[in-house]
Ligand binder design. Structure first.
Ligand SMILES: [Zn+2]
Length: 120
């Protein structure tokens, strides 16, 4: 990535320290991509070596069509960061679903600490 810190990466690092106690991996790649075929606004992928979640590599993609709005970008980014956090804990098998109660609980926690205050 060189020395240029993109808006996405900068937001990721800020949110990580502000709302996740800096516990999400700092080397996560956060990039724009064309996700229209998937009909996703964002996506998160983790690759593990031998199922070793702690040393997994992470990528977050944000659909480039959201770029006109930092609010949409940031809300999508926070959504994907919650996926990342749950992955670290549960791997690919999040109990009761990817957007189930554990995901909802985490989003509500973010709302309570003000993560969405300027975004919704
Ligand atoms: Zn999701």
């Amino acid at each position: 990535m060189g020395t240029v810190v993109t808006y996405l990466k900068q937001s990721y690092l800020e949110y990580n320290s502000r709302y996740f106690r800096g516990r999400l991996p700092k080397d996560c790649r956060v990039i724009y991509s064309d996700l229209s075929k998937l009909r996703y606004m964002g996506a998160h992928k983790a690759t593990t070596k031998d199922g070793d979640r702690k040393n997994s590599k992470h990528i977050i993609w944000i659909d480039h069509k959201l770029r006109w709005s930092n609010k949409l970008v940031d809300m999508t980014l926070l959504h994907e960061m919650v996926h990342l956090k749950l992955f670290k804990k549960y791997g690919h098998e999040v109990p009761r679903g990817l957007h189930g109660p554990l995901f909802q609980k985490e989003m509500k926690r973010l709302a309570k600490v003000g993560a969405f205050n300027r975004l919704w």
